[in-house]
Design a protein. Structure first.
Length: 560
């Protein structure tokens, strides 16, 4: 009869005997040192207790904080009399805790340390607020230098045991977006998998695909912290939550849309670090910047900045406010939401039910402000109130959705504003877009193609003020790609701008309910650049590329 050897079972039996011997030794040593004994393989490890001591420090000192009740904590130690153990106990005592030491085995400590994997990057401090540890973020940023690093970390996390995956993946996705300065996080369920994408410098970039099971649990977590209804999956929902980093708060806007394979989720990251840009660094051409600097310092008037969602309008308005702020004037804002907190300024946030742009604007006028910023002019009531505020001695900043600066005037007329009043209230109409800047580490000098040269010549010939035409008319730079720019060839963004100053010629034409073409004709003597002209100059200066400029605006609309 053949003999069968069960090697695997035998190894398990030997390992268990060794573990028992190690535990018995720890039990005997506990009596010698006069401390309690604990077998951490039979004790529930409290992760709130574990996080009191960083993993690196715990491993170095051969200790683990495994239980916590208020300020009373239990600490397992391999050598209770060691100096490193005493230092840890002293440190915890100084922090207000009351530690009790336990003798434990090396295997016990290894089991406790395994639970560090289950600690998330963040703790929910209250509904709608995520408190992310700055130490965890710094550690994460040290590991993630490129998108490939991020993809690898997400893949590793998804491959871990379920408890680990579910406790950390949400915070990992958010920490990743902060690390690479993403403006949006997209979670898109498809038939076979769920796609995770980040919007980097205005362009969506694939990160990774993962399974539907993980996604459904993630979606519930996102909806819960965003204040959305978990049982509604067939309707669109909007919510928000904050990420608390030390003393700073970062707003996240959540949008959920129903789809055939699950709810699509977009998280808009409103990072104050990316919004607080000085006026001089926005990319405004010096001649237009001079007009703007003079206009925003006036005691009354209105400046409107226009463009589609994501074109940087709010950043420009904040730059205006930062430039003119002083303790001698009162500034009130009505925003949806408050994206960047400005010291010394009264900022209010729209509530669709009780505090709208219209009601907020009316209320703010009773607060005796010098300057009012209205996040967006959406309807006739807001437009009329803003115009009247400008006419009654206030400086008003706001935004409008139009394609270009000339479109501001027909849009206001569509909103029932009297054409004869527009020129008295409005000071400058501004339009803008954001283009990606070429990576300075890898951009490559190149000659323009025949079609690009023809287009560049046509645009430059149309510039009214010839002093603004660059000397270089044939050379440009193209995107290459390197680790510094995540192999995209671009890093960061800059604005391209155009402006129309309301002068006598503009006033005369606006009263006749003009077309955009007629407004541009009236504005030509001002000698300010259009977005197309500003963009081509930035291409010839090596700031961006023709390819990127063509992605953002239609270059041929006016010049070919």
């Amino acid at each position: 009869m053949p003999v069968t050897f069960h090697d695997e079972e035998e190894e398990k039996r030997v390992a268990e005997l060794r573990r028992q011997e190690e535990e018995e030794l720890a039990r005997m040593l506990s009596q010698k040192y006069g401390v309690e004994y604990a077998d951490l393989s039979r004790v529930s490890i409290n992760t709130d207790a574990l996080r009191l001591l960083p993993e690196e420090e715990a491993r170095k000192a051969n200790v683990a904080v495994f239980r916590r009740t208020a300020k009373k904590i239990d600490v397992g130690a391999l050598a209770p009399e060691a100096d490193t153990t005493k230092q840890v106990v002293a440190s915890l005592t100084e922090r207000g805790f009351s530690p009790t030491l336990y003798m434990v085995s090396q295997e016990s400590l290894k089991r406790a340390w395994e639970y560090y994997k289950d600690l998330s990057f963040a703790t929910e401090t209250k509904a709608g607020v995520l408190d992310i540890s700055e130490e965890e973020l710094k550690d994460f940023e040290a590991k993630v230098k490129t998108l490939d690093d991020l993809r690898g970390l997400v893949t590793d996390t998804l491959g871990q045991k379920k408890a680990y995956r579910l406790s950390r993946i949400f915070e990992l996705i958010l920490a990743g977006s902060l690390s690479v300065n993403a403006s949006d996080v997209h979670l898109e369920p498809q038939e076979d998998a769920v796609r995770l994408r980040y919007r980097l410098d205005g362009v969506l970039t694939d990160i990774i695909d993962f399974d539907h099971e993980t996604y459904h649990l993630l979606a519930s977590r996102v909806k819960l912290i965003s204040g959305l209804k978990l049982n509604i999956t067939k309707e669109a929902q909007d919510g928000r939550f904050s990420i608390k980093q030390g003393a700073a708060d970062m707003e996240i806007r959540t949008s959920v849309l129903p789809g055939p394979y699950g709810e699509a989720i977009v998280l808009r990251v409103l990072n104050p670090k990316t919004i607080g840009v000085p006026l001089e660094e926005l990319g405004i051409e010096p001649k237009l910047l001079k007009f703007l600097s003079h206009s925003i310092s006036k005691p009354n008037g209105m400046i409107l900045t226009t463009g589609p969602t994501g074109s940087g309008k709010t950043t420009t308005l904040y730059a205006f406010l930062s430039r003119i702020y002083s303790p001698q004037i009162k500034i009130i804002t009505i925003e949806d939401p408050i994206e960047y907190h400005l010291k010394g300024i009264v900022q209010t946030q729209v509530d669709r039910k009780n505090y709208t742009f219209a009601s907020g604007l009316r209320s703010s006028l009773r607060q005796d402000p010098d300057v009012i910023m209205v996040g967006e002019i959406r309807d006739a009531e807001v437009a009329e109130t803003a115009i009247n505020a400008s006419l009654t001695g206030h400086m008003v900043f706001s935004t409008l959705h139009t394609n270009d600066a000339a479109g501001t005037f027909p849009r206001l007329i569509d909103l029932k504003v009297n054409p004869k009043v527009i020129s008295s209230a409005l000071t400058i109409a501004l339009a803008q877009r954001l283009v990606r800047k070429l990576c300075s580490a890898c951009k490559k000098e190149t000659a323009l193609s025949e079609s690009e040269q023809k287009l560049a010549d046509a645009v430059l010939a149309s510039i009214e003020d010839k002093a603004l035409v660059p000397k270089n008319r044939t050379g440009a730079f193209s995107a290459v790609g390197c680790p510094a720019c995540n192999n995209t060839g671009y890093k960061g963004r800059i604005g391209i701008f155009e402006g129309i100053v309301v002068d006598k010629q503009i006033e005369e034409v606006v009263e006749k309910n003009p077309s955009e073409r007629e407004i541009w004709q009236a504005a030509r003597p001002q000698g300010l650049l259009t977005m197309q002209q500003d963009g081509v100059i930035k291409v010839l200066s090596g700031v961006t590329s023709f390819e990127e400029l063509s992605r953002v605006i239609d270059l041929e609309e006016r010049y070919v």
